[in-house]
Design a protein around this ligand. Structure first.
Ligand code: NDP
Length: 267
């Protein structure tokens, strides 16, 4: 039975700390100034982490940090500029210390029938949602591997699992990210670095609310496909991200967690 004894089994009598806590951890959340990223940052600071948010618009990030409080900081950065990402990570670590958590949340979408999507449209979406995710993950993971510790979370989408009309490039990018998660999880697991995806369903952000309100048919269709009969909130993704980043998820790697009110059983 010796092989069944886990190295992280607590010796009896030892005070068990809260496995969901992110106390003392440093996280980087891309696109953390708005929507889902902002709530991931908020939930992580509530769980005790220090969080660095990035994005292209300084005013948006400033406002977000003011709202999030002392444990949040920002750096303006465009993830599309792949050759800046190593420096970004170096700058963060020089200022704030070693990164424990990377959340690849920044992403873009565009709705067009597949046959109207140009090469330029396609490349733009793939570049932000896939190439940039890989480049930043590589920059962080090299350092995490050296330290033999780290957690990487990709914000994917149920568009990676299902055929949702008019998001051909977006679906391709998110499916590719899901594939990347499995390979990275496999390669990095021996270095104590976990890699997982969270796949949000219909989440109510300003952007999705405007889109749904302007198209009641779409809203009805989305509702019919959601067994729980309501849209998710950005904080639902935030709570899942805290769990995935925490010790509570220490045996989870290479997974994709749907947070979708049951879309994944109801299609
Ligand atoms: P938002 O548009 O509110 O958030 C996207 C964020 O990414 C913004 O803060 C934006 O900031 C940042 N961003 C975009 N491009 C870049 C870039 N080149 N460099 C740096 N930052 C960038 O949308 P959501 O919160 O809804 O989306 C967040 C993630 O969740 C995305 O990956 C999306 O695909 C995913 N998702 C969302 C769903 C939903 O229903 N809302 C459903 C499934 C997945 P700035 O423009 O200032 O750079």
């Amino acid at each position: 039975t010796e092989h069944l004894v886990s190295p992280h089994t607590q010796p009896s009598g030892q005070q068990q700390s809260n496995p969901f806590s992110l106390e003392g951890k440093l996280a980087l959340v891309t696109g953390g100034g708005t929507g889902i990223g902002l709530e991931i940052a908020r939930c992580m600071t509530v769980a005790g982490a220090t969080v660095i948010i990035t994005g292209r618009r300084e005013a948006v990030l400033q406002e977000a940090v003011a709202e999030l409080g002392e444990a949040a900081h920002y750096l303006t950065n465009d993830v599309n500029e792949l050759d800046t990402l190593e420096d970004l990570v170096a700058q963060i670590e020089a200022t704030y210390g070693p990164l424990d958590i990377l959340v690849n949340n920044a992403g873009i979408n565009m709705k067009k029938p597949a046959l109207e999507v140009t090469d330029e449209d396609f490349n733009r979406i793939i570049h932000t949602n896939l190439n940039a995710v890989f480049a930043l993950t590589r920059a962080c993971a090299k350092r995490m591997v050296e330290r033999q510790r780290g957690v990487i979370i990709m914000i994917s989408s149920m568009a990676a699992y299902y055929g949702i009309d008019r998001v051909v490039a977006y679906a391709a990018s998110k499916s590719a990210v899901e594939g990347m998660v499995k390979v990275l999880a496999s390669e990095l697991s021996k270095h104590n670095v976990r890699v997982n995806a969270i796949a949000p369903g219909f989440i109510e952000t300003e952007m999705s609310r405007t889109a749904m309100n302007s198209d009641p048919d779409r809203r009805d269709r989305a509702m019919r496909r959601t067994p729980m009969g309501k849209f998710g909130q950005p904080s639902d993704i935030g709570h899942a991200a805290v769990f995935m980043a925490s010790e509570a998820a220490r045996y989870i790697t290479g997974a994709s967690l749907p947070v979708d009110g049951g879309n994944s059983i109801g299609f």
